[in-house]
Design a protein around this ligand. Structure first.
Ligand code: HEC
Ligand code: HEC
Length: 245
C-alpha cells in the first residue's frame, strides 16, 4: 500500500514535470519564455519534493514512535500577507464564521462552518482544517470516488448546512481553500495532524435520548431554545446559535 502510494506520487511528479516542460516547449515556439518563469517553476517543484521527503520522514517517525504528534493551532493573523492571496484568506475566514449570512443561497439552515469546526476551523478534535489542502484529494467510500478539497467542502454545504454546493471555481470557494492553505503553513504536506476529525465517541456508552432530552431542557434550552433553534437578531446575527437544524 505504502509503496504503491510512493510510486503513484513519483509518477505524478514526473507527469507534472513533463506537462510543465511540454507547456514551456509549446510556449517557446510562439513567444519567448522568460528565464525567470523557468526558475520559479523549478523552485516550486523543488519545494514540493522537499515537502514530500519531510512528510515521508515524519510518517516513518510516527510509525516507530507514536508519541510524535503534530498539533494544530491558528497561526497569528499578522502572517496573512498583504496581497491578493491575503485578501482571499481573509474572505475565507469571514465566510467560515458568518456562512449563512455571507452565502444565504448556499446555506439552508442558520449554521456557520465554525458552528461545528470550532475555533476558526483550527481546533484539535473539532475537525480542524489545518493540513487539509495537503491531504486531499483522497478516496472516500461515501460516493466511492476520489474527492478534491473543494468537493469535500461542498459535501458540508450540501449535508451539514442543508444547502447548495458552491461553484468549484468560484472566488468564494477559492477563498475557503486559500484560508485552509494559510492555516496549514506549519504542517508538512500530506500528513494528518493530531486531533483531525472529532473526538471519538465511546461506543460502550448506551445512548439515552430521554436522559439527553432532560439534560438539554435543564441546562441548555434557556439559551439555545426548547428545540435547539437558537435566538437571532433582526439582522440574522445570533444571540445564541442554533444547535439543531
Ligand atoms: C453541522 C456540522 C458541520 C458544519 C456546519 C460544517 N461541517 Fe464540515 N464536517 C463536519 C463533519 C461531521 C465532518 C467529518 C469529520 C470527520 O471526518 O471526522 C466534516 C468534515 C469537513 C472537512 C474534512 C475534514 C477532514 O478531516 O477530512 C472539511 C474540509 C470541512 N468539513 C469543511 C467545512 C466547511 C468549509 C464548512 C462550511 C461551509 C463546514 N465544513 C460546515 C460537520 C460540519
Ligand atoms: C448561558 C447561555 C448558554 C447556555 C446555558 C448554553 N450555551 Fe451553548 N452557546 C452559548 C453561546 C453564546 C454560544 C456561542 C459562542 C460563540 O459564539 O463562540 C454557544 C455555543 C454552543 C455550541 C457551538 C455552536 C455554535 O454555533 O457555535 C454548542 C454545540 C453548544 N453551545 C451547546 C450547548 C449545550 C449542549 C448546552 C447545555 C449543556 C449549552 N450549549 C448551554 C450559550 C449558551
Amino acid at each position: 500500500m505504502k509503496k504503491l502510494f510512493k510510486i503513484n506520487h513519483t509518477s505524478y511528479l514526473i507527469a507534472t514535470a513533463l506537462t510543465i516542460s511540454a507547456v514551456s516547449i509549446t510556449a517557446c515556439s510562439e513567444t519567448e519564455v522568460k528565464a525567470v518563469d523557468r526558475v520559479e517553476e523549478a523552485e516550486a517543484l523543488a519545494r514540493v519534493k522537499s515537502l514530500e521527503s519531510q512528510a515521508a520522514a515524519i510518517k516513518k517517525d510516527m510509525a516507530s514512535n507514536p508519541s510524535t504528534k503534530l498539533t494544530v493551532s491558528m497561526p497569528d493573523e499578522s502572517t496573512i500577507p498583504d496581497d491578493e492571496f491575503g485578501a482571499a484568506v481573509r474572505r475565507g475566514l469571514q465566510i467560515a464564521n458568518h456562512t449563512y449570512k455571507e452565502l444565504p443561497d448556499n446555506v439552508g439552515n442558520q449554521l456557520n462552518c465554525t458552528s461545528c469546526h470550532l475555533g476558526n476551523g483550527s481546533e484539535a478534535y473539532a475537525a480542524p482544517w489545518n493540513g487539509m489542502p495537503g491531504i486531499y484529494p483522497i478516496y472516500r467510500s461515501r460516493g466511492g470516488r476520489v474527492n478534491s478539497i473543494q468537493e469535500r467542502i461542498n459535501g458540508c454545504f450540501e449535508r451539514s448546512m442543508n444547502g447548495k454546493a458552491l461553484d468549484l471555481g468560484s472566488d468564494d470557494m477559492n477563498a475557503m481553500v486559500s484560508y485552509m492553505s494559510w492555516l496549514s503553513q506549519d504542517l508538512p504536506y500530506g500528513v494528518s495532524p493530531e486531533g483531525r476529525g472529532f473526538v471519538k465517541i465511546d461506543k460502550n456508552l448506551e445512548p439515552n435520548t430521554d436522559n439527553g432530552k432532560k439534560l438539554f431542557a435543564e441546562k441548555c434550552s434557556v439559551c439555545h431554545g426548547e428545540n435547539g433553534e437558537g435566538q437571532y437578531n433582526d439582522d440574522s446575527s445570533y444571540v445564541y446559535p442554533a444547535v439543531a437544524g
